[in-house]
Design a protein around this ligand. Structure first.
Ligand SMILES: Nc1ncnc2c1ncn2[C@@H]1O[C@H](COP(=O)(O)OP(=O)(O)OP(=O)(O)O)[C@@H](O)[C@H]1O
Ligand SMILES: [Mg+2]
Length: 185
């Protein structure tokens, strides 16, 4: 049986002390589609996505992902299930290299060792695919905010996720950088 929706969010409510951020939100996503959430500052866009990936717990509502009802407890569970998110706020490790930042927490192993060669090769292939002019050996902390955000985007794409959520990931990028990033196919 073919599955019509990869994601269905039904009647999602999220209350913070003194604020009802989400009031019965409905969202349905078909595979292979791109959706944009639009709304003014504080409308609840980030909160809705945070409820999906387990950063926030919805006050009530139902989430059906890939045919099953889910409620992720954290982003790692969501990522393992195939949902990755690029955040509005950056979370780089400045003292490590660009390459380390891309594979952090999931270094490829070769026996008991980290397969540094594979890490670097895969990193270059990823940047190449996305037409990103980034040096894998550069220290993350030396990058401009824009370039750091590009690394974050590359990282999210690299998970082969079924759903990639981008919460204003280009807000720190220049027009030219945005253009080069979205020109790949
Ligand atoms: N952790 C939190 N604790 C309390 N209130 C919160 C929290 N996170 C969000 N809110 C409130 O929930 C509402 C929705 O915020 P949210 O960040 O989801 O909006 P947004 O649509 O993403 O806005 P922006 O365009 O500024 O990113 C706002 O009133 C915000 O102040
Ligand atoms: Mg937001």
């Amino acid at each position: 049986m073919s599955q019509e929706y990869i994601l269905e969010m039904h009647d999602i409510v999220k209350e913070f002390p003194g604020v009802k951020a989400l009031k019965g939100v409905e969202l349905k996503v078909r595979p292979g589609t791109v959706h944009t959430l639009m709304g003014e500052n504080g409308a609840g866009k980030s909160t809705l996505m945070k409820c999906l990936i387990g950063i926030q717990k919805p006050t009530s509502g139902k989430i059906i992902y890939d045919g099953k009802e889910v409620l992720f407890n954290n982003t790692i569970s969501a990522m393992n299930a195939g949902i990755s998110m690029i955040h509005q706020e950056l979370s780089p490790v400045p003292e490590r290299t660009v390459c380390d930042n891309v594979w952090l927490g999931r270094y490829p192993q070769k026996g008991f060792m980290i397969d540094k060669q594979k890490m670097r090769k895969d990193c270059l292939a990823l940047f190449d695919k996305l037409c990103l002019d980034l040096d894998p050996d550069e220290k993350m902390g030396n990058l401009t905010v824009a370039k750091m955000q590009m690394v974050e985007i590359a990282k999210a794409v690299s998970y082969d996720a079924k759903i990639v959520i981008m919460d204003e990931p280009t807000s720190a990028l220049t027009e030219t950088e945005v253009e080069s990033l979205f020109s790949y196919n």
